[in-house]
Design a protein around this ligand. Sequence first.
Ligand code: HEC
Length: 420
Amino acid sequence: MRKATIILVFWMGLAAACAQAEVTYAKEVSRILADRCQQCHRPGDIGPMSLLSYDDAVNYAPDIKRVVSGGIMPPWKPSESHGKFKGAFALKPEEKLDLLAWIENATPMGDEADLPPKPEDKGAWVLGEPDLVVKMPVAFVPARGKDVYRCFVVPTGMDADKFVSAIDIVPGNRKIVHHVIVYLDSTGEAEKLDAKDEEPGYDCYGGPGFDLGGSNLLSLLMDGYTLGGWAPGARPELLPKGVGMKLGKSAKIILQVHYYTSARTGEDQTSVGIYFNKEKVEKQLYYLPVVQTRLNIEAGDPASLATTNFPVLPFFEMSVINVFPHMHLLGTKIEVEKQYKGEKEQIILINNWDFNWQGAYTFEQPVRMPANSQLNLRCIFDNSVNNPRNPNNPLKAVKWGEGTEDEMCLAFVGVVFDRF
Ligand code: HEC
């Protein structure tokens, strides 16, 4: 009798374990796709196919297996082992295992009663209606078949300086708008470039198309030169309470839009939603460039290294709120490290840099930078024929510059200072 009970308990346990092991669409996979894939893979969005339904997931199962096991999708770039970021949409290790097990197991639906409720439609703006919406003045149709980088000058119509807590982008055409960087210009340079070009906007690649630094770097830092970037799938994040980005009344917004038109093109008229700080702003967010402009990337070098550091002097103690790494097509790896009293901590590492998936990343906890600490930046470039993105054929030595064929080694860090 006792033996029989033990055997029974054993079998029940095994059955429970097996039931647990079977990953179903209804229970796990539908939720994983909703959290990690559907923000891009839905009708009319940037993903090349929709992954909203069970049939979609089954149809694309072999492709999902390939891109998920290869770490290609979802395109969340920062390495999981360094730095925790708000809104991260990387697959957790167990989610990856579940997805692959489900495909291995012939994609069972499971019990439809387990399906998650349909998500509510949040409307165009994730954070709710913005305080100010500005739009590209006229629609633009990028050429089909290549990457197009175009800057558009957008006046704000504001009559007083204000502080901005967050921006969000609503692409006019989600199928082709790949990423957007929002620059500010109070010099009138952007309008001159716009006037020279007959089409709406003007071509620009590594920046807004004019020298941001100019002769007056300090005023640029004080007045702000960017409101951040946007890429598909990213959620806008409000800055911490009491922190704001300055938007001067005379500043023009420059929308730098990357159009991805390999398969299709169309009309686009993208909008920016601006959320002003509601409460008193105690601290301005400053974007500091941690940058190495002396680049000398030899032709053929598969791993050319560029480094620099940014020391924090006494009186300038600060906290890093977000980070925006930037290289061009030869870049393969970029990392930013905090160094303090002999201790080093990688705060962001991107091991498989892809110019098409650059973004600004907001730390879950701001990174404290005491006096005498420093930020170290390291960039690695592959200027060999084995880099499929290498724009130079024949190979050539590459230096710093704004063009597609030039390179950059740069991380903008959004910081607040303790003392001002
Ligand atoms: C941030 C947007 C985004 C997210 C999130 C995303 N994708 Fe993609 N996906 C794309 C884009 C855009 C492409 C087209 C290729 C490219 O640009 O890399 C793509 C391509 C693919 C392809 C390849 C199509 C092909 O045959 O080449 C598959 C499969 C895929 N995604 C599956 C997924 C899965 C599964 C997830 C979630 C685990 C996911 N994607 C998350 C944007 C996204």
